[in-house]
Ligand binder design. Structure first.
Ligand code: DLL
Length: 440
């Protein structure tokens, strides 16, 4: 369904049910599409043409999937340099929609979609929802933010595509979310894991039991979350919580999704995206080893990306529920939210994992990084469950401190704060506050 688009730009077709392909057939499709995508980027985006020419590589050099390593990388900085539309590969008249990242630092990055891209995106969200156990005819409460962020509208189109009823709530106004969940009786909810926690608390605050809702499954993503957080959300709502992965530069939500039967990390929809995991030297990591996730799009028309460095850290694993497609381990960190504390690497998710295993501590915490002289200090400000006495909460704080020292190998401070005193998530939750400039 490509409306005004010239056939020149359309990617090679695939069978309707790509999930049933065996690995060899999938790889043949990937190679055909990779060759198309690389040529499409080279011929239509000045940035890629120049970059390939400088590296002495041409689309003709891609004869096997392994040849991808010959191609140069693309970074977020490259996207910023070409702000706003410099990396679009089709005429603007063929772009049906744009989205943009929030761009907390510097310019936002802008991405675009043709009608064909929007169709494939809706199909992949529908596939992701099926993997999550959502069935046609269900009502889906969509609390991902609508607007320039890809979460809201991306999920919206896929919910409709699957044949579900979409309840387009967007993020925020938490009391209203509670009301709508009670009144409209949705079967599934889509939002960030931290926001689902905020909603659970809002139920509690109104004296309502979140286990009493009609919700059966939550499709959570857009930020790192641990299996401990998953267990907490599943317990609070009596639901299954499934991981949806994606990023705007590569498409948006639905680059990969977990299967509810296995809950063992998102399968990457490899008929549309070619994943690589690279080591510190940007060489292919050993099989199953941890590294940076890099993607090449295989079917994107308006905004193809070649070897885009995501900064997300994970491993590539064999497929399980969809055997031909590879999986990634649940992403619990990005290399830009890694804290180096007195020479020791630490991720906010490690604190989440440790804290949630300690009685009386809640997932409501923030991290403050300060500097005294030349020393960096990290303080975890964390809420205890309501009604816990000072002595018990101090004991819990000490356990947290001790376990962080034992498992991560560095000393941190822990400060117990009053229940409800920390900011609540309405989307992607900001955990780390770097106050070093202010305190040095
Ligand atoms: O967050 C797209 C999305 C929307 C995914 C809704 C899932 C659900 P960006 O705003 O470009 O796009 O942020 C992308 O968020 O590189 C990861 O660091 C992080 N991220 C996304 N999904 C997950 C996940 C959307 N399931 C960045 N687990 C990515 C961990 C995730 N991190």
């Amino acid at each position: 369904m490509t409306d005004t688009l010239t056939t020149r730009t359309a990617p090679p077709d695939a069978p309707a049910d790509a999930l049933s392909l065996d690995r060899a057939a999938l790889e043949r499709l990937q190679l055909e599409r990779l060759q198309w995508s690389v040529r499409h980027a080279y011929e239509n985006v000045e940035f890629y043409r120049k970059k390939f020419d400088d590296a002495g590589v041409s689309p003709d050099d891609i004869r096997t999937l392994a040849d991808i390593v010959k191609l140069p990388f693309t970074t977020k900085e490259d996207l910023r340099q070409n702000y706003p539309f410099g990396m679009f590969a089709v005429p603007m008249a063929d772009v049906r929609r744009v989205h943009a990242s929030s761009g907390t630092t510097g310019r936002p990055t802008v991405v675009g979609y043709t009608q064909g891209d929007l169709d494939r995106w809706a199909d992949l969200i529908a596939r992701s929802l099926r993997a999550s156990g959502v069935e046609p005819g269900w009502k889906v409460h969509n609390a991902y933010g609508y607007g320039l962020f890809t979460g809201g509208q991306g999920a919206h189109a896929g919910i409709e595509r699957l044949g579900c009823t979409v309840i387009p709530v967007s993020g925020g106004q938490t009391a209203r979310q509670v009301q709508l969940i009670r009144d409209f009786e949705p079967d599934a909810i889509m939002c960030t894991p931290s926001y689902l926690l905020t909603i659970a608390d809002a139920f509690d605050a109104q004296g309502l039991d979140p286990r009493g809702t009609t919700l059966k499954v939550a499709i959570c993503g857009a930020e790192p979350w641990t299996n401990e957080m998953r267990a907490e959300l599943e317990r609070r709502f009596d639901i299954k919580a499934v991981d949806i992965y994606g990023l705007s530069e590569v498409m948006g939500p639905g680059v990969g999704n977990e299967f509810v039967e296995t809950q063992d990390g998102p399968h990457i929809w490899e008929d549309h995206f070619l994943p690589e995991v690279l080591d510190d030297d940007l060489q292919p990591a050993a099989e199953g080893a941890m590294g940076e996730l890099v993607f090449t799009t295989l079917t994107k028309e308006a905004f193809p990306v070649i070897r885009y460095r995501t900064r997300d850290l994970t491993r590539l694993l064999p497929g399980s529920a969809a055997p031909a497609m590879r999986r990634i381990e649940k992403i619990t960190g990005r290399n830009d939210d890694m804290i180096i504390l007195r020479g020791v690497n630490l991720f906010p998710s490690q604190i989440e994992e440790i804290a949630l295993a300690i009685e009386h501590l809640t997932p409501h915490f923030i991290l403050e990084l300060t500097r005294q002289g030349r020393m960096d200090d990290l303080v975890v400000k964390i809420e205890c469950t309501p009604g816990v006495g000072a002595e018990t909460s101090q004991a819990a704080a000490q356990i947290l401190q001790l376990r962080v020292k034992e498992r991560i190998g560095t000393s941190i401070g822990v400060e117990i704060v009053a229940p409800g005193s920390l900011p609540r998530s309405e989307g992607k939750y900001k955990r780390l506050y770097d106050l070093r400039e202010k305190t040095a």
